[in-house]
Design a protein around this ligand. Structure first.
Ligand SMILES: NC(=O)c1ccc[n+]([C@@H]2O[C@H](COP(=O)([O-])OP(=O)(O)OC[C@H]3O[C@@H](n4cnc5c(N)ncnc54)[C@H](OP(=O)(O)O)[C@@H]3O)[C@@H](O)[C@H]2O)c1
Length: 244
């Protein structure tokens, strides 16, 4: 696939292999379309194959898809090694596995919510980054981009457990950035508010999404952080919370 017109250092991901975890969710399609437009080779993962295959078909080009549970360490390693073998390398990871529980006053926050959020938001990240790290280091220009939430740094009490899980994921990402120091690789966070996607706008044309973070802006930030234009940005939070 050709790089987009007016290609710059920011746009030029031609030839890079980028793995996307949680690609079939709300945000995934917009990020996949943006990265596909740069000429990067993409490898999409999630638990369900169907949305990934549909996305790959829509985005065009040759896109690798695989269904796996990132809570399974062996499956995560198999995915990382398989992508490297099939596509020749892995130069990037975008972690977009998401989900939410919350809403109770903090004194009543059910710990079952933590049992759901901790594996979903932390372990999937730990497994994906541990499995891909050897390949990213071998690439010498590996990029990890993790989507975080404003709640991690500015928690509200009905979201306490969600905020704690996202904060732990942020800490892991910053520790990974420390591991990457001096290797040519980077790990950064894109911090967002509630996300509005093109599908949501289409579904609710009259709804006011002005306090939401547009998926297109997140995709732009992911493309930037995955590029040479951000080679010296490591261990940073790029915050796109708009008016929220
Ligand atoms: N949506 C928001 O308003 C919002 C706000 C702040 C931050 N964020 C963050 O932004 C990122 C993207 O959000 P999103 O709303 O697009 O997420 P999402 O749709 O809730 O989740 C993305 C995908 O994660 C996959 N997934 C869940 N568990 C998995 C596992 N064990 N192994 C592999 N894949 C798994 C799901 O695939 P299956 O459907 O196949 O299970 C799902 O399609 C997340 O990191 C989220 O925390 C989102």
């Amino acid at each position: 696939m050709a790089a987009s017109s007016g290609s710059s250092q920011l746009d030029s991901l031609e030839g890079r292999v980028i793995a996307l975890a949680g690609a079939g969710g709300n945000l995934g399609p917009t990020v996949v379309r943006r990265l596909a437009s740069t000429g990067a080779q993409l490898a999409l993962a999630g638990r369900t194959l169907e949305p990934l295959d549909k996305l790959a078909e829509q985005a065009g080009g040759k896109i690798d898809t695989q269904a796996l549970d990132l809570l399974d360490t062996e499956a995560a390693r198999g995915w990382a090694d398989g992508v490297a073998e099939r596509l020749g390398a892995v130069d990037g990871l975008v972690h977009m596995v998401g989900g939410w529980r919350g809403g109770s006053p903090i004194e009543k926050a059910p710990l079952e919510d933590w049992d759901y959020l901790e594996p979903l938001l932390i372990r999937t990240l730990v497994h994906a980054t541990q499995s891909l790290a050897p390949h990213l280091l071998a690439s010498g220009r590996g990029r990890v981009v993790v989507i975080s939430a404003g709640q991690a740094q500015a928690p509200t009490h009905p979201n306490a457990l969600y905020a704690a899980a996202k904060a732990a994921a942020e800490t892991w990402t910053l520790a990974l950035a420390d591991r990457f120091r001096g290797t040519g690789c980077t790990a950064n966070l894109v911090v967002v508010g509630s996300i509005v996607t093109p599908a949501m706008r289409e579904e609710s044309p009259d709804k006011d999404f002005s306090t939401f973070t547009p998926a297109e802006e997140i995709a732009e930030a992911v493309a930037y952080l995955s590029s040479d234009a951000a080679a010296s940005m490591n261990g940073q939070r790029l915050t796109l919370r708009g008016a929220s």
